[in-house]
Design a protein around this ligand. Structure first.
Ligand SMILES: [Fe+2]
Length: 198
């Protein structure tokens, strides 16, 4: 993976926010770091420019930074969330956009937009805006797949870690629903040779 920019190439702002997230919830920070690696590999396979790869990396590292604003009773709940708690946690993508924009990094507005839309569904059933298809920013569509894979590969108190075959079986059922089919096909190739493969 010699094409992958080192983490040190990312700005101090990004790293400082990542450390702040670690102080709040180490699980979410490590999740973001793994998503960064996987999304970067996928972005390269999709032929992104160097500028887009850097934006994708920063967006990945910060994609759940908005969870800083979610109460402990929801963020750290050792069980599935009820409806009100679920609605509370969905606000993290907009909170994350606000934080990313406040960094005033180069391309901060675009990075904020990628973060805002990382939970949109290809069929329009996601949040926060119900965007569909290519209306969803390309980098958000890439991030979404890497995010979903890692979330299922990691054990939580309320959910065991799934193995690679189990995860791919679930993800395949979400092709065209949650995921862009073109990017999903690229992902299916990339994950086979990725160090992030579960
Ligand atoms: Fe998220």
């Amino acid at each position: 993976m010699e094409d992958v920019a080192s983490f040190e190439a990312l700005s101090g702002f990004t790293r400082a926010l990542s450390v702040a997230l670690h102080e709040r919830d180490p699980y979410t920070r490590f999740h973001c770091d793994r998503v960064d690696l996987l999304a970067c590999e996928l972005g390269i396979a999709c032929g992104l420019s160097a500028t887009d790869i850097t934006m994708l990396r920063i967006s990945s590292v910060l994609h759940d930074i908005g969870k800083i604003g979610i109460p402990d009773s929801v963020l750290l709940k050792p069980a599935s969330l009820d409806q009100d708690e679920w609605e509370a946690i969905t606000t993290h993508s907009i909170r994350g956009q606000r934080i990313a924009c406040a960094t005033q990094l180069p391309n901060a507005e675009q990075i904020g937009t990628v973060i805002r839309h990382h939970h949109e569904y290809f069929n329009g059933a996601g949040y926060p805006d119900g965007l569909a298809g290519e209306s969803i920013p390309l980098l958000s569509r890439i991030l979404s797949i890497a995010d979903s894979y890692d979330a299922m590969a990691t054990p939580r108190i309320y959910q065991r870690a799934r193995n690679h075959d189990e995860i791919m079986e679930i993800l395949r059922t979400e092709e065209n629903i949650k995921f862009d089919p073109f990017i999903f096909r690229k992902f299916a190739e990339v994950i086979e040779r990725s160090s992030c493969r579960a």
